[in-house]
Design a protein around this ligand. Structure first.
Ligand SMILES: [Zn+2]
Length: 317
């Protein structure tokens, strides 16, 4: 192990798993993970280009060299998870990129991904938060399939196809720690909402592929493994998985019901945002969260907007 202290943005979680705060949007919002075993390393999710210096600093702080990284594995190709993958790969001479087959072409040729992200976020936010998406050489890309296992110095990482949030989403099962790297499939859990009851969790319905029934099946599949923990991109490791799974599925049903009820509502987008805010505030109140409605609205501002967009696309499909 390293003789030097870890940087403040790197958290050791045991079993050779490290969470790296990418600082995307705000602190404690977007994580990348580093799995280290037998002197070899894998990154799971990368954040955006701005995260790459932190990812490389995390490696160095663990006395690892860039050539010790075997895998870069984005959970899906939404840019807060994979936007920095191309730039990161340029720094890692031995690494292969392992991506869902529906996401691979978007990282090799990011033009369409860029255009669809611009449609969601707007050109200004794209320039501010994402920078240029660097393509990955096709020869360095492997595609996953359901049930595939890759190894990190003999440590198995098992890939499961988990559609519902995005069709290009896989989750990674780490037998050694009994945890799933869940990307966005197991929702979002911001540490600001932790109370005496523990963590709070909420589904994410970001465009373009949200489908509540499919997402429910993927979540149940993750839970069936009886995980000891979940490694969420937003944000960090959560334990107490059965309780969180029940809360997540309950809110997922409520979001779908809200969407169906408001299918033909006038000014549907705003109504969906407001309806979700009220639903999440009720849930947080039951969870013992003492913050104000304004604080909830601020912490969930981006999610309320993206969820409403994704619900609208689902309702119109
Ligand atoms: Zn996503």
């Amino acid at each position: 192990m390293s003789s030097t202290a870890l940087p403040p943005f790197v958290q050791a979680l045991g079993h050779g798993v490290f969470a790296i705060d990418t600082a995307f949007q705000r602190d404690h919002f977007d994580a990348a993970y580093l799995v280290v075993h037998g002197g070899r390393a894998a990154f799971i999710d990368t954040g955006t280009n701005d995260a790459v210096p932190r990812l490389l600093a995390a490696l160095q702080s663990l006395d690892l060299r860039p050539e010790d990284v075997d895998w870069v594995i984005p959970t899906h190709v939404h840019l807060d998870h994979a936007g920095g993958a191309g730039l990161l790969m340029q720094h890692l001479p031995q690494a292969r990129l392992l991506v869902h087959p529906r996401g691979a072409r978007h990282l090799v040729n990011p033009g369409k991904l860029w255009a669809s992200a611009t449609a969601v976020y707007g050109a200004e936010e794209m320039a501010r938060s994402y920078g240029e998406v660097v393509p990955v050489l096709a020869a360095r890309v492997d595609t996953s399939h359901d049930g595939m296992t890759v190894h990190l110095a003999g440590r198995p990482l098992w890939l499961a196809d988990t559609p519902g949030h995005a069709r290009h989403h896989h989750c990674i099962w780490d037998e050694s720690s009994g945890g799933w790297f869940t990307g966005d499939t197991f929702g979002l859990s911001y540490r600001e909402f932790d109370t005496a009851q523990g963590a709070w969790i909420v589904p994410t319905s970001t465009p373009m592929h949200f489908d509540p029934q499919t997402l429910r099946q993927s979540i149940q599949r993750l839970l069936a493994q009886q995980p000891r923990c979940m490694y969420l991109t937003h944000f960090g490791r959560v334990q107490d998985v059965p309780r969180l799974g029940a809360l997540l599925l309950s809110l997922l049903d409520d979001m779908a019901t809200l969407g169906r009820r408001l299918r033909h509502a006038p000014d549907r987008h705003q109504t969906l945002k407001q309806g979700q805010l009220e639903m999440f505030a009720r849930s947080l109140q039951a969870h013992g969260y003492a913050g104000s409605l304004a604080q909830i609205e601020q912490l969930l501002a981006m999610d309320l907007e993206l969820n409403a967009q994704g619900l609208g696309i689902w309702l119109d499909r």
